[in-house]
Write a protein of this length. Sequence first.
Length: 317
Amino acid sequence: MKRLMPSSLVSYLQTNPGCERADLFMITLPTGTVFYATSGQWDITLTAYNPSTGLGTPGWTGAMTTFKSSAYGRWSRGAVTSEASFGCSANTMSMMCIAQQPVAYPGATIGILNAAFNGLFDAALVVVYTAYMPTYGDTTKGIETKFSGTIKSLADINRISAEFECADAMYFLNQKVPARLFQSNCPWGFCDANCTLNPATYTANFTAKTGSTQVTLTPVTAFTQAAGWATQGVVKCTGGANVGLSQTVVLHDGSGNLQMMNPWLLPVTAGDTFSVIAGCSKQISACMSRKTAAGASVDNSLYFGGFPFIPPPTSAF
């Protein structure tokens, strides 16, 4: 993995190898929330670098940002692997968070370690910088981009800490080949680029009614869509304790309730708001008569990605 370091910082380190340093972590969670942490003893603030005036932090192009030393626990990293080869193996890095019980998962009320245990850091995007400073907090000499990648697994967790395994973008090349198989079901994700449908057209917003639970959601205003419309769809919480989290709908029943495949992480209360996108059975019959949230029928079979007339394996010779 190529490391990015401003030329001015290279010159500085050649004459000041023993300067202060601290790692900076920018983590984008699956909920869309971005938080900033540092391994340093105190907060560190970066400002956008202006080449014409020489002011700011070389290597940082974002807005003024403060990396917190304790608000999200104590973060640190292991060694970054770096391999020069013709292979497609991913570079990896371990990352650890030590947090006390009151430290909350950003944007929610659940503890950060509990969130890690429940998979709320899975596939989070991670960028690690190292700040080199003449005195602590002085970032005018610049930062180095140390690692950019994704959290791929939770390696270890206990009562006070969690350790994550991270890998760079080469990790996504570890896929089965061939990527597509001859099958009757459509391989596309509903409303993705291959499906071509607009997700907003197939999304309904609703408010949870009294009696809704972490497993069953009942809307205040009944759905106008027929039973089964949201089966295998995805519900996202847009307001409430579970804001930003999503769950799969296992059943949209005849009473208009949505049954979750897994319970919501935090309690659901009346007044919480949600959005649900229609489900898809991946069959050609469903693709030929897709129902929008408004009830209109759409034939999208032109973009069906499966092979509906392929014989089953027991009939193939």
